[in-house]
Design a protein around this ligand. Structure first.
Ligand code: NAD
Length: 261
């Protein structure tokens, strides 16, 4: 499904993105991995770059080739380092990279945003999420945090709510639509990667264990990567502006409870 495609994957030094890179490469894709940290094992081409600043994103964009088929926005941080850096990496860096990469994408390309079950509350916070999602460029993030009254400990879920809202908005924007670029999200529940230990600290042990117990186990990168790569492929050519919960049924369980179905 991916033979001959050029697929850019952020966060490639670890976890879900690393598994995406392995699998895409096995399926014949030309992988370009991006991370702030050097991976132990390089798959395809590696670009060391930092998504947390405008300068970092610009340097990554300069290093990317033309004719990209897909961009998998997987890199992310847990929120433990505060709301500013979390919003910078999980949303503004991702958005700016996507807008720049779209200019280097083949018509009919695909962008996949790894969001999270933690962004489940976006429908309750559409006004805030939509206002932030529509901010151009790389803003003064401290000002955004102040203007929208974002508590430091909620940086992670709010970054994913904004991402899920932007995912819908961007799928309808001319700069992507005119080139036939599809934009979709994948929302994992808890997954066994290095970030999970930090989630336990940010969310609290009780909440993390509750989510895992609800679906019987934590996910693994192998549960998530194939869904991301499906969205890269032409098999998903009629899927656009969607979010695929990839969580063993956690989103369904929360929805049944919340809406009293
Ligand atoms: N693991 C989970 O439980 C879980 C659940 C829901 C969503 N997610 C999301 O999945 C994505 C991948 O997470 P993971 O579980 O593989 O975690 P991970 O910690 O294993 O990998 C994250 C990667 O992002 C990279 N990264 C961090 N800051 C960066 C920056 N400034 N520039 C470039 N790269 C940077 C890290 O170096 C790391 O390699 C994240 O967006 C995360 O929010 C994870």
């Amino acid at each position: 499904m991916l033979a001959g495609k050029t697929i850019v994957i952020t966060g490639v030094a670890s976890g879900i993105a690393h598994r995406c890179a392995e699998l895409a490469s096995e399926m014949g894709a030309n992988v370009i991995g991006i991370d702030v940290v050097k991976p132990e094992k390089t798959i395809g081409t590696f670009i060391q770059g930092d998504l947390s600043t405008q300068a970092g994103v610009s340097a990554i964009l300069d290093a990317l080739p033309e004719n990209i088929d897909a961009l998998c926005n997987v890199a992310g941080v847990s929120g433990i380092a505060g709301a500013n850096i979390t919003l910078a990496i999980n949303f503004f860096g991702l958005k700016n990279l996507s807008e720049g990469a779209a200019l280097k994408m083949r018509p009919g390309g695909s962008i996949i945003n790894v969001a999270s079950m933690a962004g489940f509350g976006w429908r309750d916070n559409t006004e805030r999420a939509s206002a932030i999602a529509r901010i151009d460029g790389f803003p003064d993030i401290d000002k955004v945090i102040k203007d929208f009254d974002i508590p430091n400990q909620l940086g992670y879920p709010i970054s994913k709510e904004i991402l899920l809202v932007w995912n819908k908005i961007a799928s309808q924007q001319k700069q992507f639509k005119d080139k036939g670029i599809r934009i979709n999200a994948v929302s994992p529940g808890p997954v066994e990667t290095p970030i999970l230990a930090q989630f336990r600290q940010v969310l609290g042990e009780e909440k993390a264990s509750k989510d895992i117990n609800r679906v019987g186990r934590a996910g693994t990168p192998d549960d998530i990567a194939p869904v991301i790569l499906f969205l890269c492929s032409d098999a998903a050519k009629w899927v656009n502006g969607n979010n695929i919960s990839t969580d063993g049924g956690l989103e369904a369980a929360e929805t049944v409870e919340k809406l009293n179905l």
